[in-house]
Design a binder for this molecule. Structure first.
Ligand SMILES: [Zn+2]
Length: 216
């Protein structure tokens, strides 16, 4: 019956053809040859410093071009399947940027439970869990978001910080632990800064990794 399963597999591909996760064009793999080349060229594994002094973060990409479009689909168009590729790239970034660090655990920037219910997932948690699997370090949720504040999108630098003031609460004892916190996109770093401040207060040693950062 092998021919039958091959036949159905081909039929499914005709009805639901594979699309490249970066350019969204129909192709035979999940990443087309053109984008594969672009992604290798654009991968930067760069340590970025945000406007907030203590936030230093390892980023796989600058948030632009086909990477930006793919992240938008991952975040807003339910393309959860992109998590494997993104986790792989963030894990590679962590190894390159923090080669000697031994982390006790990996965590993520949380989103409010109302948003998890609407979207169905927290994209930063998907990445953090993927990175945890690749690097063999356990994943744990360490923070919750207690207020469903408005999105940071469209807010200026000062308002971004006040918008996230005090919205995260610690849910784990982290005394002295070395933690890697994962986020999707870093813009000013206000969200990440607020999370890190909460983790620092719990006496944790904190490092960050993200998929992309916005260039100023
Ligand atoms: Zn492509």
């Amino acid at each position: 019956m092998n021919w039958l399963s091959t036949f159905f597999k081909k039929l499914i591909l005709i009805i639901f053809p594979l699309r490249c996760m970066y350019c969204d064009n129909i192709c035979t793999e999940s990443i087309c040859e053109v984008c594969d080349k672009i992604i290798k060229e654009k991968f930067c594994a760069k340590i970025i410093k945000t406007h907030y002094r203590e936030v230093i973060c390892a980023s796989a990409f600058a948030y632009q071009g086909c990477v930006k479009e793919a992240i938008k689909r991952f975040k807003f168009k339910h393309e959860k399947s992109y998590k494997d590729e993104f986790s792989k790239l963030v894990a590679k970034t962590v190894k390159k940027c923090f080669p000697k660090q031994k982390f006790d655990l990996i965590t993520c920037v949380p989103i409010h439970e109302n948003r998890v219910n609407t979207r169905g997932y927290n994209q930063s948690e998907l990445i953090a869990r993927g990175v945890s699997k690749i690097l063999g370090i356990s994943f744990e949720n360490t923070l919750i978001k207690t207020q469903n504040n408005r999105s940071q999108h469209g807010l200026n630098f000062a308002k971004r910080q006040t918008n996230v003031d005090g919205v995260y609460k610690l849910i784990k004892n982290l005394d002295g632990k070395k933690i890697l916190i994962c986020d999707d996109i870093i813009t000013t770093g206000a969200t990440l800064n607020e999370c890190i401040t909460t983790l620092f207060r719990a006496k944790a040693d904190v490092f960050c990794a993200c998929l992309a950062y916005t260039e100023k």
